[in-house]
Design a protein around this ligand. Structure first.
Ligand SMILES: C[S@@+](CC[C@H](N)C(=O)[O-])C[C@H]1O[C@@H](n2cnc3c(N)ncnc32)[C@H](O)[C@@H]1O
Length: 281
C-alpha cells in the first residue's frame, strides 16, 4: 500500500485537529457494538473492585459500562469532547444501579481532574486521532495515583492484509490514511504505544498485538458495505472531495471495487490492533 505519510504530514502541519470519523448515527451504531470484554480484555486482569477509573474519549460508552462493572463499587468516569456521543450510554447507567458510572464533556488535552485522582485509565481508538498523543499521556500520568495503571489500544493500519488485491482498494487505504493524517492523527500509531507510554513516564510497560480478521461471508459483506458507505456519500467522502484529492466518479469506482471484493469466495482482510499497559511508579 502506498504510504503518503510525509506528504500528508506536510499538508497537515498547518491544519487544525479534527476527529475523522465524525458523529453520524451509522458511526455511533458501529462504536456501540464494542464491549469491555473484547476491546479492554487486555486491561481487565489489572482492574479490581473499588478502583477509580477514567475512560478518555469514551465515545458512546459501551466499553465504559463494562469497565465500570469491573471496578464497581469504585467510580468510573467516561469523558468525551462530544457530549452527544455518550448520551446513549446514560440509559445503561440508569439501568444498572450496581455500577458507579458518570459521563462528562472534556478535552483530553485539558482533563479537569486533580493530580493523583485515578487508579486506572483507559484509551481506545482515541490517540490515533490526536496530533499530540504524548502530551495527553503525560497529562493522564499526572492524574493517576502512584501504582496506577493505564491501558491503551489502537490500530496500526500499516499492517493491513487484504486479498484479492485491487488497486482501487489500495487507493481507498491511501485516501483514508492521508485524511487521518491531514486531520492530525496517525493511522499507524499502534506500534508506537509502548514508546509513548515510556516517554510519558510510565514504567514496566508491556505491549501486545493481535490481528482481527474478516474471513466469513457475512463479515466480508459487512466490510464491503462499510467501505461503500465511507466512500459513497459520507462526510469523510465529502472532505476528501473538498480537499481536491478525489471525485465522485473515483469514489463510486471504489465502492464498486468493495462490492466486487465481497463477491470473491476467497475475500480476506485483517488489521492489527496494538495494546499497551503501563504502571506509574
Ligand atoms: C473512535 S472513537 C472511540 C470511542 C470509544 N473509545 C470506543 O472505543 O468505543 C474516538 C472518540 O474520541 C473522541 N475525541 C476525539 N478527540 C478528543 C479530544 N480532544 N478529547 C476528548 N475526546 C476526543 C471522539 O469524540 C470520539 O468519541
Amino acid at each position: 500500500m502506498t504510504n503518503t505519510r510525509s506528504q500528508a504530514a506536510a499538508d497537515a502541519s498547518e491544519m487544525k485537529e479534527q476527529y475523522t470519523l465524525g458523529y453520524s448515527s451509522q458511526t455511533i451504531r458501529q462504536l456501540q457494538r464494542r464491549t469491555a470484554a473484547k476491546e479492554a480484555g487486555f486491561l481487565l486482569p489489572h482492574l479490581s473492585a473499588g478502583m477509580c477509573l477514567l475512560d478518555c474519549g469514551c465515545g458512546p460508552g459501551s466499553v465504559t459500562v463494562g469497565l465500570a462493572e469491573a471496578v464497581a463499587p469504585g467510580q468510573t468516569v467516561g469523558v468525551d469532547i462530544e457530549p452527544s456521543q455518550y448520551r446513549s450510554a446514560w440509559s445503561q447507567e440508569a439501568e444498572r444501579p450496581n455500577i458507579n458510572l458518570h459521563f462528562g464533556a472534556a478535552d483530553v488535552y485539558r482533563l479537569p481532574f486533580a493530580a493523583n485522582t485515578f487508579d486506572a485509565a483507559f484509551l481506545h481508538n482515541v490517540l490515533s486521532h490526536l496530533r499530540r498523543p504524548l502530551e495527553v499521556l503525560k497529562g493522564i500520568y499526572r492524574l493517576l495515583i502512584p501504582g496506577g495503571v493505564i491501558g491503551i489500544s489502537h490500530p496500526d493500519f500499516s499492517g493491513q492484509l487484504i486479498s484479492p488485491a485491487d488497486p482501487l482498494l489500495e487507493r481507498d487505504h491511501e485516501l483514508y490514511w492521508r485524511l487521518v493524517e491531514h486531520n492530525g492523527g496517525n493511522p499507524a500509531i499502534g506500534k508506537h504505544q509502548r514508546g509513548l507510554l515510556h516517554d510519558a513516564g510510565f514504567v514496566r510497560v508491556e505491549a501486545d498485538a493481535k490481528y482481527s480478521t474478516i474471513a466469513t461471508q457475512d463479515g466480508v459483506r459487512m466490510r464491503a458495505r462499510h467501505g461503500g458507505r465511507l466512500f459513497g456519500g459520507s462526510a469523510i467522502a465529502q472532505q476528501m472531495i473538498n480537499l481536491g484529492w478525489t471525485d465522485r466518479t473515483e469514489l463510486e469506482q471504489i465502492t464498486a471495487a468493495w462490492r466486487k471484493w465481497s463477491e470473491h469466495p476467497g475475500a480476506f482482510m485483517a488489521n492489527a490492533t496494538v495494546t499497551a499497559v503501563g504502571w506509574k511508579e
